[in-house]
Design a protein around this ligand. Structure first.
Ligand code: DC
Length: 218
C-alpha cells in the first residue's frame, strides 16, 4: 500500500510523511517505510559537489547518479558507508539540487530507485512527482501547499540556513519556478489528488486531516 505526498518545499511534507509512516499500519497489518525522494536528489547533488562535478553538467551528473552508492540503512540514507542525512540541507546543496533534479535521465534513475525501495512494502513516499509520475495509482495521494511567506518563515525558523528571511524567500521562489517548469515530473496537482493548504494549520492539524481521510476511506 502506498501513500504518496507531493508539494513545494516548506509545507511540512517530510514531517507529516514521517508521522504517517510511524503511526499507520497497512491493510496487511505491517508497518510503513518512509521514503523521501528529495533526499535522493540531494545526496546525488552532494556527491557531485564532492567529486567536483558541476551539478549543471547533465552528462557527468547522469554518469554519477547511475553509480552513486545510495543505500538505506535503518531508515537513514547513506552514500557508501557515510550517513549523509545531516548534510543534505546545506545552503550549497539547496542552491544546486533543483537544476540537477530537472535533468530528465537523472529523474529516471531516481524514480527507479524509489520504486525499488517501495516494492512490496507499505510505503509513505514524498516529493514533487510521487502522486503524478512515480505512483499515479497510489491508494492515497495528497498535495500539501502553503504561501511562500509562510514556507520561508518555517525554513528560517529551522535555523539551518545562513540566509536571512528575505533571501530564503527569494531562494524558495527560484526553486519553485524550476520545480514547476520541469520538462518531466514538474510540480503540479494531479487529477484526483487531495489538496490541502497548510499555511494556517499546525502540523497536528495537517496530520489529523490526512489520517481522517485515510481511516475513513480505508
Ligand atoms: O523535497 P526537497 O526540497 O528536499 O527536494 C529537493 C529538490 O529536489 C527540490 O528542488 C525538488 C526536487 N525534487 C524533485 O524534483 N522531485 C522529487 N520527487 C523530489 C524532489
Amino acid at each position: 500500500m502506498v501513500i504518496a505526498i507531493d508539494g513545494p518545499a516548506g509545507t511540512g511534507k517530510s514531517t507529516i510523511a514521517r508521522m504517517l509512516a510511524e503511526n499507520c499500519k497497512g491493510r496487511d497489518g505491517k508497518p510503513f517505510t518512509y521514503i523521501n525522494s528529495g533526499n535522493l536528489y540531494r545526496a546525488i547533488t552532494l556527491g557531485c559537489l564532492r567529486e567536483g562535478i558541476p551539478p549543471s553538467d547533465p552528462v557527468r551528473v547522469l554518469e554519477y547518479a547511475k553509480r552513486a552508492p545510495l543505500v538505506y540503512r535503518e531508515g537513514k540514507l547513506y552514500l557508501g558507508d557515510e550517513m549523509v542525512e545531516d548534510l543534505l540541507h546545506s545552503d550549497e546543496v539547496d542552491a544546486h539540487v533543483s537544476p540537477l533534479s530537472a535533468i530528465v535521465p537523472v529523474r529516471h534513475v531516481v524514480n527507479d530507485h524509489v520504486r525499488k525501495l517501495a516494492a512490496g512494502l507499505n510505503a509513505v513516499v514524498e516529493g514533487r512527482d510521487m502522486t503524478t509520475v512515480v505512483f499515479p495509482n497510489a491508494e492515497y495521494r495528497f498535495y500539501l501547499d502553503a504561501s511562500i511567506k509562510e514556507r520561508a518563515r518555517r525554513r528560517h525558523e529551522q535555523g539551518v540556513s545562513r540566509l536571512g528571511l528575505e533571501e530564503i524567500e527569494a531562494a524558495i521562489a527560484k526553486r519553485d519556478a524550476i520545480d514547476r517548469n520541469k520538462e518531466e515530473g514538474s510540480l503540479t496537482v494531479g487529477d484526483g489528488v487531495s489538496c490541502l493548504d497548510t499555511s494556517d494549520l499546525t502540523l497536528n492539524q495537517v496530520y489529523a486531516t490526512l489520517i481522517e481521510k485515510i481511516t475513513m476511506e480505508g
